[in-house]
Ligand binder design. Structure first.
Ligand code: HEC
Length: 199
């Protein structure tokens, strides 16, 4: 952290200044000689002290920010763990997942949608996207199964939406996205468009 270094330099500067001034004071009995020098020395001291204090303060803020970020990362991690749990529960049987874990998976799905540029081609109200190249997902996915959504993403050319051309939607999502990401994305789309499998 560079703030720490500056803080350190300022601290050393303060000590050095004190040593130099007292050394000069010892050599010249009448030091400080003039009012101007006196004021200058006082001002210099004040500046260094204020600077040191400012950096100490900045450093403390930085530390707080850091802790805040750590807390956020932890929260995200536990969210992810929640998602895994939901998945495990889904295997046991439907309807066991809690609202919290569903919300976590849905938020993860929204992130996958954003990060993969789906919104550039698709309109989706939940994501606030207005892409026109592919079908409007709000309308197109209504009443569709999660299975259909999943297939549409990993194998876009398996079934081409009416009046759209094959080969436009990228085919790499099936291999680029992890199965967790895919599941979250499908769940998110199902929920936000009112597809059958969703809530
Ligand atoms: C380069 C533009 C483009 C991008 C990026 C894109 N799509 Fe598509 N998508 C299309 C087109 C065009 C179609 C219609 C042709 C077809 O069915 O393959 C389509 C079809 C679909 C369908 C089926 C809709 C229906 O009515 O059958 C789904 C679901 C879908 N996309 C989801 C996604 C998701 C999720 C992403 C991001 C991971 C994404 N798309 C990224 C262009 C795109």
């Amino acid at each position: 952290m560079e703030n720490k270094t500056l803080f350190f330099i300022l601290g050393i500067g303060l000590v050095a200044l004190a040593l130099i001034v007292s050394a000069i004071g010892l050599r010249f009995e009448k030091f400080p000689g003039s009012r101007l020098v006196q004021l200058g020395v006082v001002a210099l001291f004040a500046a260094v002290v204020v600077g040191t204090a400012a950096f100490a303060w900045l450093e403390a803020e930085d530390e707080q920010q850091h802790q805040h970020e750590e807390a956020l990362a932890e929260a995200a991690e536990s969210n992810e763990a929640g998602g895994d749990e939901a998945e495990a529960q889904e295997e046991v049987g439907p309807g066991v997942a809690t609202t919290t874990t569903t919300a976590a998976a849905s938020a993860a799905g929204a992130q996958v949608f954003d990060e993969n540029g789906c919104g550039g081609c698709h309109t989706l109200a939940a994501a606030g996207s207005t892409g026109q190249i592919g079908p409007d997902l709000d309308g197109a996915l209504k009443g569709k199964t999660e299975e259909f959504i999943h297939t549409s993403i990993v194998d876009p050319n398996a079934e081409i939406a009416t009046s759209y051309s094959p080969g436009v939607m990228p085919e790499n999502f099936g291999s680029d996205l992890s199965s967790d990401e895919l599941d979250a994305l499908v769940q998110y789309l199902a929920e936000s468009t009112g597809a059958k499998g969703g809530g």
